[in-house]
Design a protein around this ligand. Structure first.
Ligand SMILES: Cc1cc2nc3c(=O)[nH]c(=O)nc-3n(C[C@H](O)[C@H](O)[C@H](O)COP(=O)(O)OP(=O)(O)OC[C@H]3O[C@@H](n4cnc5c(N)ncnc54)[C@H](O)[C@@H]3O)c2cc1C
Ligand SMILES: *[C@@H]1O[C@H](CO)[C@@H](O)[C@H](O)[C@H]1NC(C)=O
Ligand SMILES: *[C@@H]1O[C@H](CO)[C@@H](O)[C@H](O)[C@H]1NC(C)=O
Length: 450
């Protein structure tokens, strides 16, 4: 690869400095040096992360390793003592006391968990010198000029130009909006536009909090969440709790679903502060460990879980979408940020590739789309199904009540969950990158077997 100090081969504008946008900038910088000029536009006045925990699967750790960030990330990730025996699943919707349903390792190792802000801080430190970050720049729309370059319009009435635009602007993406509104009507007819531009409510809300482990251990020293990654499962609800920041903090996500409401509009703000009492009320039929956990939660926020409907494409000409902008999904497999990182890695390497030039950059964006869009959409579907499993809502399986053979029904559901997660980790991000590179080489006849 050439790390020339000459003129960059093209300019890439990344819209959104979330985890996806940051990893994209870091990847391009690492593999293209100063060959690609990067402008990162962020709507807010700083690079921030909502303070909550984050989970990475083994396949996402491959990306972290390839970017040379493994050491730094390992230093700040939580290593609960249980890290070799998998998450503990409990049947918890029993007020007098739930029970351990199962605890098994999925794949070779446990997922890596960490505080989101720490990840963002590391990525920030690794932004390349070829990348300029522009704050308070909220993209409203873009136009394509006949010569192929793009004009970006911002909320402050300013404009900028670029050669390539990547929408990493999250679930309410402005890039996605313009892309689908200006797409050829033969590809998407006008009645379907809002189906793709607007996010859709899943009927689910998530209550999130981070609490000091010390506080919980004062009132309930044996609480399982102090030591384990634990899933407190019940009918239509579950709580995921796990230690972060070397076990000093505990991340809590309490999820309540109403499938009947899926697809209906959510009334109210997507994220709001809520009182702890309301959440305690929702879990009043849960076991004592859940009650003491919730008692320690302050500053709980409620997130109305929205997703992006399955898009028919993720790139068009010189524009592409990554991460939540492209496939925001439910958090049930802890996969959303990982999928954003995998998108960013594959796309970043394609853009950095010596075979990619300004004239044919759209071929690189298409190679990215062909590999990553189906893969991420599969993860999104699996994530939704996982939610149904945790909530005893898969038709034909254990439905949350004892019909006389509860243990056997729970065992069958356990097998389903395990094989579901096993299948998830199979093909890694590196394999996807190799496949994308082959398809890029194939498009110029450099590759015989593809
Ligand atoms: C409750 C909950 C729990 C989750 N838990 C996990 C988990 O454990 N593990 C996991 O992997 N994932 C998890 N996720 C998903 C994860 O948060 C997202 O998938 C991930 O943040 C997506 O990253 P992104 O960079 O694509 O988008 P975002 O993180 O949404 O970043 C988008 C960025 O773009 C900026 N922006 C937005 N609009 C504009 C604009 N018009 N112009 C300029 N900038 C703009 C925003 O300010 C933001 O900085 C969870 C999600 C939720 C809701
Ligand atoms: C809750 O929020 C208040 C004010 O915003 C802050 O002072 C306090 O430290 C927060 N508590 C926790 C546990 O985060
Ligand atoms: C892009 O164009 C360059 C220069 O014309 C060429 O060398 C390269 O093979 C092309 N790559 C692709 C993927 O078409």
């Amino acid at each position: 690869m050439s790390l020339s100090s000459g003129t960059p081969k093209f300019r890439v504008a990344i819209c959104g400095a979330g985890i996806g946008g940051l990893v994209l900038a870091v990847t391009i910088g690492k593999f293209a040096g100063r060959d690609v000029q990067i402008d990162l536009y962020e709507a807010h006045d700083a690079i921030t992360a909502t303070g909550a925990g984050i989970v990475f699967s083994r396949r996402t750790m491959e990306v972290i390793e390839a970017l040379g960030l493994y050491e730094e990330i390992s230093c700040v990730s939580a290593k609960p003592p249980s890290s070799s025996h998998g998450p503990q699943f409990r049947k918890s919707d029993i007020p007098t006391g739930g029970f351990k349903w199962f605890q098994r390792l999925v794949g070779q190792s446990d997922p890596v968990t960490m505080h989101r802000q720490l990840l963002v801080d590391i990525l920030k430190r690794h932004l390349p010198s070829s990348c300029t970050v522009h704050f308070n720049k909220r993209l409203t729309k873009y136009d394509m000029l006949s010569a192929g370059s793009l004009v970006l319009h911002f909320a402050d009435d300013s404009t900028e130009t670029t050669d390539v635009l990547i929408g990493a602007d999250g679930i309410r993406s402005s890039v996605r909006k313009t892309l689908f509104e200006t797409l050829d009507r033969d590809i998407v007819d006008s009645s379907k536009i809002t189906h793709y531009t607007d996010a859709s409510w899943t009927g689910t809300v998530v209550y999130r909090a981070i609490l000091p482990a010390e506080k919980l251990s004062e009132i309930d020293p044996n609480n399982v969440a102090l030591r384990e990654f634990v899933m407190f499962c019940g009918k239509d609800k579950h709580i995921t709790a796990y230690p972060v920041s070397q076990g000093t903090l505990i991340n809590v996500a309490a999820i309540v679903s109403d499938e009947q409401k899926a697809g209906t509009p959510f009334k109210g703000r997507w994220v709001s502060q809520v009182s702890r009492e309301g959440v305690e009320e929702a879990y009043q039929n849960f076991e004592p460990a859940v009650k003491s956990l919730l008692k320690c939660c302050e500053n709980m926020s409620r997130w109305a879980l929205h997703t992006v409907n399955e898009l028919p494409l993720a790139s068009c000409d010189r524009v592409a979408l990554i991460g939540d902008a492209c496939h925001a999904m439910t958090p049930h497999m802890g996969a959303g940020a990982g999928q954003a990182m995998e998108d960013a890695f594959v796309l970043g390497r394609l853009l950095a590739h010596p075979l990619t030039t300004l004239d044919n950059v759209s071929a690189a964006l298409k190679a990215y789309q062909d590999v990553r869009l189906p893969a991420a959409q599969l993860v999104a579907r699996n994530s939704r199904l996982a939610g149904h499993m945790f909530h005893f809502n898969v038709p034909g399986y254990y439905d949350g009540t004892d019909h006389g053979n509860e243990q056997e029904e729970l065992r069958i559901l356990e097998e389903m969950i395990i094989s579901h997660f096993e299948a998830q980790g199979k093909d890694g991000a590196m394999a996807e990158w190799q496949q994308a590179e082959k398809s890029l080489q194939g498009s110029v006849g450099l590759c015989n077997d593809c």
